[in-house]
Design a protein around this ligand. Sequence first.
Ligand SMILES: C[S@@+](CC[C@H](N)C(=O)[O-])C[C@H]1O[C@@H](n2cnc3c(N)ncnc32)[C@H](O)[C@@H]1O
Length: 390
Amino acid sequence: MFVEPDISMRQHSDELRHLINETIDKHGGWIGFDQYMQMALYEPGLGYYAAGSQKFGVEGDFVTAPTIGQLFAYCIANQCEEVLKLEGCDSILEFGAGTGDLAAQILQNLAERNQLPNRYQIVETSADLRARQESCISELGSDMSVRVEWLDTIPPSISGIVIANELIDAMPFKRFEIADGGQCVELGVTLKDQNLGWQRGSSLDLPDFFTECAQGYQSEWCPQAAAWVNTVAERLQRGLILLIDYGFPDFEFYHPDRDQGTLMCHYRHHAHSDPFFWPGLQDITSHVDFSALARAGKNAGLELLGYCTQGDFLISSGILECVQKRIEQSSNDEEEKQIHEQLSLAAEVKKLTLPHEMGELFKVMAMARGIQQIPNGFTRSNKRHRLLND
Ligand SMILES: C[S@@+](CC[C@H](N)C(=O)[O-])C[C@H]1O[C@@H](n2cnc3c(N)ncnc32)[C@H](O)[C@@H]1O
């Protein structure tokens, strides 16, 4: 059962709906789904990510790996450390930092190892989340917090490691359907009796590999994601781009059986497929086509160094060693506290690594410029050959 939004939340959503309705009218009665999603998630002051709802964690709508505990950040910090030791790789650039927990925990881990980056830059489109991140970072010691800066756009030059956890799944995507005769038609948003609904638009020019799908097949395509990889790659002087998200290679993403695509909405821990439910109060997302990201990287001159499941990545990156260390650290605590620590660590490892939790659907991908060595996180398993056909 959905928890009904309270009156102020409903008013908030109505205000956004009004703006969306006006935009649809202004565009002759139809807008692309990507434009709708851009407004529903990012309209300043009103969109889901741009306004003040809780979003992450038990009290919010969904959980992400950094908000579950500290093991995820320990492993990502290991990967950062490896890159920061390379010549000319002195900074960390995180995109879409959410609550700021991952940034704070990475910095704490690196400070313990005397391996702090010169700069930790965060590109965040949401003013609300940026304020939350600032408050989270301000609780760190000044040796860490002075290194953190927020940027409004992708910096002109990048050297070091780029991190994006669950960024690409939050980028506005296009939705399409295969119509009679195999033609690919864009699905957009219209008003039917003042209610938002789906409406076919004009034909959409998609890359070749979609064409085998049968009539009625619906899915998503996210040109914004490939454009983002292209821009980051062009500006990367030397370093590694580490992307963590849920998704597949293209042959799985566009598998004939996945005929309704991967569009998903999250509202108070309920996952459903209606993107028009209380706009502004719920997350809208789709899975990531990692082959499209790999192609964009390759076209921009990057080397694809790694691709594997989150479970394999975390195990290669030392999640179990971290658990061991934490258990040892708590060995002088009273027994009840020790048991509590052990149980919560076990629950965290399970959530992050088990195949039916986040371990298999979530993938980690690494692309680099000026680095040939396979990063440590991909030593246990590396399925990069599954992303590109050549
Ligand atoms: C699903 S949340 C993930 C947050 C965080 N990385 C985590 O794992 O908890 C997506 C984040 O990306 C941000 N975002 C979306 N598009 C962005 C873009 N083009 N550049 C930077 N941040 C973006 C959102 O505001 C939000 O902070």
